[in-house]
Design a protein around this ligand. Structure first.
Ligand code: COA
Length: 324
């Protein structure tokens, strides 16, 4: 028995932060940001608007799209690194607001790979007998962004995407999921303060440690290599070639990474779902956001083969192949 994505949904906050707006905050330029990243603008949550606020809207939309009632959910998984609180989980907050009283709920911490990791857990539970699992990727990256650091503040954005996963009745379904991690490179992208290693204090704040730090250039090279490897592994596992893929839905970190991966794989860039130009890097939300848009705009059609590939802090990387 296979599992299948039965419905998708997404939500981004209405407030737009353009590159020109960022020119007023740090020493940067629209030209640098567009040339080096492909990002033109990103969405930013209002003060007090938290991860669960974005996640609930994406979830409601996915449930409506799937035609599934919240009460029928067996489990809610929220992939995020910017949950409302260290505890309780954002998944529990969403469970309550949806009225999904039967559902177990927890968060998944695998940074930008979180959605694919959560999808693999949903897949396993559906195969084990659960009927419906809600998988959400939701982030308020603006809450962990150092707005005085031009190396990182131009990159990230806020948003949420959600999918309802259930049993497959036919050809459509999740064909494969592959997950990887290498903790030796944990310090490449990290938030060094605010956790149990260096708990919240005035010093931590003064040293700007509760914010994302990234060695961008090194990360870039590893991202290209591991995304390519992840795709080749997924294709081999399904005895497919890149020409069989109808739509590539990658994690959205940098247009130059996506172009380099597409070039190495000989995949036409037109087959890639891209949203980073409008949303920036939305971490765990980027794939479900891009997938929802690809489905709703007809870029993904019934019967199509959809390829997912993600890369992020940890390091983690992952891939998935879906028959839509
Ligand atoms: N505006 C203007 N200049 C900037 C800048 C900004 N916003 N940010 C950095 N620079 C400068 C740097 O200070 C550096 O200046 P220097 O040469 O005088 O020291 C120069 O631009 C080049 O910096 P570098 O880091 O080498 O740029 P880059 O080409 O690697 O691009 C990133 C930087 C972050 C866009 C790119 O490395 C990247 O996308 N990395 C991967 C991100 C990723 O995959 N994340 C995945 C995790 S989710």
């Amino acid at each position: 028995m296979k599992s299948q994505i039965l419905g998708t949904g997404s939500y981004v906050p209405p407030k737009i932060l353009t590159n020109t707006d960022l020119e007023k905050i740090v020493d940067t330029s629209d030209t640098w940001i567009v040339d080096r990243t492909g990002i033109h603008e990103r969405r930013i949550a209002e003060p007090g608007e938290a991860c669960s606020d974005l996640g609930i809207r994406a979830s409601e939309s996915a449930l409506a799209n799937a035609g599934i009632a919240a009460q029928d959910l067996d489990m809610i998984l929220v992939a995020t690194c910017t949950g409302d609180y260290p505890l309780p989980s954002t998944a529990c907050l969403i469970q309550h607001r949806l009225g999904a009283t039967r559902a177990a709920a927890c968060d998944i911490a695998a940074a930008c790979c979180g959605f694919v990791y959560a999808l693999s857990i949903a897949n396993a539970y559906i195969k084990a007998g659960y009927r419906y699992v809600l998988v959400v990727g939701a982030e308020v990256m603006s809450a962990i962004t150092d707005w005085s650091d031009r190396n990182t503040c131009v990159l990230f954005g806020d948003g949420a995407g959600a999918t309802v996963v259930g049993r497959s009745e036919g050809e459509a379904g999740i064909l494969s999921l592959h997950l990887h991690a290498d903790g030796r490179l944990a310090d490449l992208i990290c938030v060094p303060g605010g956790g149990s290693s260096r708990p919240a204090s005035q010093t931590i704040l003064d040293e700007r440690l509760p914010y994302v730090k990234m060695r961008g250039n090194e990360t870039f090279k590893i991202a290209v290599k591991t995304m390519e490897e992840a795709v080749r592994e997924a294709l081999a596992a399904n005895e497919l070639t890149i020409n069989d893929i109808d739509c590539f839905v990658p994690h959205q970190a940098n247009i130059r990474i996506l172009k380099a991966v597409a070039e190495r794989l000989k995949l036409p860039l037109e087959k890639t779902a891209i949203n980073l130009d409008r949303f920036g890097n939305t971490s765990a939300a980027s794939i479900p956001l891009a997938l929802d848009e690809a489905v709703k705009t007809g870029k993904v059609q019934p019967g199509n083969l959809v390829l997912l590939a993600a890369f992020g802090s940890g390091l983690t990387w992952a891939s998935g192949v879906l028959r839509w």
